[in-house]
Design a protein around this ligand. Structure first.
Ligand code: SF4
Length: 546
């Protein structure tokens, strides 16, 4: 496996051996590269920052649900190291090109039209992309398909990334060719925009297959692995029929036990829950049970269409539905889906933008529950105007601008599932990881000491292997999970993997993140309890003006 290093100022590139990085992959690899190559107190949008895209150790193999991509950088949103994890076809195609990671460094000396990086097995083409400048994601992907073929596998930014806004995402094309999979958290799109890159396209000339040390043992282990994932009951794992929205009803209706957080459940929860979503999808003739990348056996994704069967959006997860829905009091799946699509089009993190719109509602700019007004406000980010820029820089920025003091964020990053109505312990944050952990990649699974494993270490390890977060449930709850993962890795790499080595992979990754964040000045200790940010200092619920 190789590392591809691209300099965006000199427009040069080099292929390097990945061996010095000790066989790391995914999140562990992005963390190690950022920790060793980025000066912790450098500006996230400066030439000193790196943007790292890393495939997992299992990416490119036939192991189920192993095609996730990790994107890492010093985050413009938090000021600390951030890894953002996405689906799509990118990681598998990187593996076919023999690439474990792509490191994008430096930045153009003067602002210029953005460019496209077209990566082949042995070369990189820098192509000026003036015609793509300012394009929304779906239109940009269409142009890329016209330039590079109908199945172009891409990572691209929307208008938010081009403006270097802190909530900007990188959008990855999925197995349907749609740019619907977002590396959403931490402003990775702003870092890509700062380096003058509109899109990265992987050529399809790659024909490398991950070398497997013991093919027969690997086949047996990955068959068992697929069986373990199949056996996980919904909603503990993502539900193929309802999608992860199966959780929206459960969490939207539950009360938290802590009195100062108690607010009434959202009465419209049943209008946005997984069952209602599945019924709407059935009635509209769309489809559930889709994978965000080929090779996923859980398949929690789906296409959402309107009542006339016209495509609206793809793969909006439960977090997006309950953040735009229950948190903003919008009990309308169609509007919620259009807001998700708007985020994909503009290249914005839907969770950060839901928090930001809540700030706008708290400030009285729009009414709680007014879906059409919320959608119109979201689309103002596209206009490159002052209000749009305030919103596109996220909830903390908007709160400062609008004078809102109750801010559901940890430092400057929105809490992924900070809903005080949610299940007990749901938002406990690992003190070791600091701001990097406030994402679905780590912090938002139920934390239960009876599981016998640290969920943060388990998910950091899964992220490093290229596995979806939903396999973490299998790893933590099924005694066959960890031993099976270890057998797969031993058969793949030819070196001995044990449960202890897997845990060390996750723990070392968290350690790299923590050490960098401490050197960058982040207060890791403040991350031990995120809930205090969701209430005012007098203990009142943060949403009081509904
Ligand atoms: S379970 Fe869902 S999010 Fe995870 S890899 Fe499969 S489709 Fe993607």
């Amino acid at each position: 496996m190789r590392i591809l290093r691209i300099n965006t100022r000199t427009r040069t590139f080099a292929f390097e051996s990945a061996s010095p990085l000790g066989g790391l992959g995914g999140r562990a690899l992005t963390a190690r590269i950022i920790a060793t190559e980025v000066v912790p107190d450098s500006h996230p949008l400066s030439a000193a920052n790196r943007l790292v895209l890393a495939a997992g150790i299992l990416s490119g193999t036939s192991a189920a649900s192993s095609g996730r991509i990790s994107v890492g950088a010093k985050s413009p949103l938090t000021g600390g190291m951030k890894e953002s994890n996405a689906g799509g076809q990118f990681a598998r195609h990187m593996a076919r090109l023999g690439l474990r990671a792509i490191i994008i460094e430096d930045k153009p000396e003067s602002p210029a039209a953005p460019c496209i990086l077209h990566i082949s097995a042995h070369s990189v083409e820098f192509r000026d992309a003036a015609e793509l400048s300012g394009l929304r994601s779906y239109a940009a992907q269409e142009r890329l398909c016209a330039l590079y073929g109908p199945h172009a596998v891409s990572a691209l930014i929307g208008p938010a990334g081009e403006q270097c806004l802190k909530a900007a995402t990188i959008q990855f094309s999925d197995s349907d060719g749609l740019p619907s999979r977002a590396a959403g958290c931490g402003g990775m799109g702003a870092v890509m925009g700062s380096k003058g890159i509109k899109a990265i396209v992987l050529n399809d000339d790659g024909d490398e297959h991950a070398p497997v040390a013991d093919p027969e043992a690997f086949r047996a282990a990955r068959r068992e692995w697929a069986g373990i994932l199949h056996d996980q009951p919904a909603p503990d794992a993502a539900s193929p029929s309802f999608g992860t929205a199966a959780l929206a009803d459960l969490l939207g209706l539950s009360n938290h036990e802590e009195p100062r957080h108690r607010i009434e459940p959202f009465e419209g929860a049943s209008r946005i829950c997984g069952e209602t979503l599945a019924e709407a999808i059935d009635a509209h003739g769309a489809s559930t049970r889709r994978g965000c990348h080929s090779g996923c056996v859980i398949q929690c994704s789906r296409i959402f269409t309107d009542a006339n069967g016209a495509f609206v959006t793809s793969g909006h997860p439960h977090e997006t539905i309950w953040r735009f829905g229950a948190d903003l009091l919008i009990g309308d799946l169609d509007i919620v889906a259009r807001m998700d699509r708007a985020c994909d089009e503009l290249g914005l993190d839907s969770l950060e933008m839901a928090r930001t719109l809540a700030i706008a509602m708290e400030a009285g700019l729009i009414m709680w529950g007014d879906g059409p007004a919320a959608l119109r406000m979201l689309l103002r980010v596209d206009a490159d105007e002052q209000l749009g820029r305030m919103l596109g820089n996220g909830a903390a920025f908007a709160a400062a601008a609008f004078g809102v003091t109750r801010l559901p964020s940890l430092d400057t990053l929105r809490i992924a599932k900070g809903d005080p109505r949610a299940a007990k312990k749901r938002e406990r944050i690992h003190p070791a990881a600091g701001p990097a952990s406030t994402d679905t990649t780590v912090a938002s699974i139920a934390s239960d000491d009876t599981l016998g494993h640290d969920p943060h270490i388990a998910t950091a390890a899964a992220d490093s292997l290229g596995l979806c977060i939903f396999v973490a449930f299998a790893v933590m709850r099924d005694p066959r999970g960890l031993p099976c993962m270890a057998r797969m890795l031993t058969a793949l790499t030819g070196s001995e993997w044990t449960e202890e080595r897997l845990k060390a992979l996750g723990a070392d990754c968290l350690s790299d993140e923590r050490n960098f964040n401490e050197r960058a000045g982040a207060d890791a200790g403040a991350a031990t309890d995120a809930h205090h940010h969701s209430v005012a200092t007098d203990g009142t619920p943060w949403r009081k003006n509904q």
